[in-house]
Ligand binder design. Sequence first.
Ligand SMILES: Cc1cc2nc3c(=O)[nH]c(=O)nc-3n(C[C@H](O)[C@H](O)[C@H](O)COP(=O)(O)O)c2cc1C
Length: 211
Amino acid sequence: MKSEIVVTNPVIECILSRSAAKYYDPATPLSDEQIRELVRIGTSAPTSFHLQNWRFIAVRTPEAKARLSPIAWNQPAIKDAAVTFIVCGQLVETSVIPERLAPLVEAGVMPASMVPEWEVPARNLYMAYPQRRRDEAVRTATFGAAAMIYAARSMGLGSTPMIGFDDEAVHREFGLAGDEVPVLLLSVGAERAGNWAQKPRRPVAEVLDLV
Ligand SMILES: Cc1cc2nc3c(=O)[nH]c(=O)nc-3n(C[C@H](O)[C@H](O)[C@H](O)COP(=O)(O)O)c2cc1C
């Protein structure tokens, strides 16, 4: 007997209807307020130990786009999309945990006594392991970018995550700190006609192991 459960609601619709935009309408800007709102939503994404080890550089003026474009394969999205975020992850530094958790303690979400219970295991998990500190920077930035991608979609905007850039040049040109990794670029803006139809996916049976 075959049973099928089909759940649909606006969130699932938003997720299922997204695709990476190729063509943007260069005549439709986003206000700084809209850009801030996208980042605010992005920062609601989860991070390990609530580290929030990210930073977002919103490249939205013609001058800033002209600086980014040649070090990002001259991808047309950079000039045409309203904004391209340089989504940065920061190498994990667990000494910031008390400061990051202080607002939770103040709000009564977490008891103060629990702060060392997060800081100590986090220190043990990360600080002697450079690869883990960097992996977490990449995870953090990716979760944040994903939230922004779906928020953009829900606002009727297209988005394109992009790895086609020179990471060292972006680091230099946009003054990233030594502990910051430019994880990906994320263009966001109003789309114009001509974007590809959605791409079919590998079958679930091929990618899922039920154990
Ligand atoms: C990490 C990552 C890097 C990507 N880099 C680029 C890029 O540099 N340029 C580009 O046009 N698209 C880029 N893409 C978009 C992918 O090509 C696209 O997501 C993929 O073909 C699946 O299509 P869809 O997003 O429309 O479903 C990237 C996507 C991801 C997740």
